[in-house]
Write a protein that binds this ligand. Structure first.
Ligand code: AMP
Length: 110
């Protein structure tokens, strides 16, 4: 398995970690689209949300609230995004949740 995010989890590729526990890892996106742009990923590999169990997805969402608080995003708000598949814009085939914040975000995103 040559998954980029699995390699980050193993420490084979460096990352700017903001949170880690036995189930998830969160680190700063290498190409940030907002002042705060963090990726939250499960340590268990799932290609996308379509394969993931509901407990994992719920846990990622719960952890996102802790990270938002630590990043000072709760007052002004933030966005969570899970890109899925080709038309969903998913480029890395390991389930991940984007957290974007720190500026006013347009909707729809385009
Ligand atoms: P997606 O397009 O939804 O699959 O998002 C993948 C994200 O991973 C993109 O926002 C990339 O900028 C980000 N990314 C790719 N490689 C790395 C890396 N080595 N460290 C941190 N973020 C990365």
């Amino acid at each position: 398995m040559n998954c980029l995010f699995c390699r980050i989890i193993k420490g084979e590729i460096p990352s700017d970690k903001v949170y880690e526990d036995d189930r998830v890892l969160a680190f700063r996106d290498i190409d940030p689209q907002a002042p705060t742009h963090i990726l939250i990923i499960p340590k268990q590999h799932y290609d996308s949300i379509l394969e993931a169990d509901p407990e994992t997805v719920a846990y990622m969402a719960e952890i996102s609230k802790k990270i938002a608080a630590a990043e000072g995003l709760c007052e002004k708000g933030f966005r969570l995004v899970i890109n899925t598949g080709e038309e969903g814009g998913q480029s890395v085939k390991h389930l991940h949740m984007h957290m974007l914040g720190g500026r006013s975000l347009q909707w729809p995103p385009g």
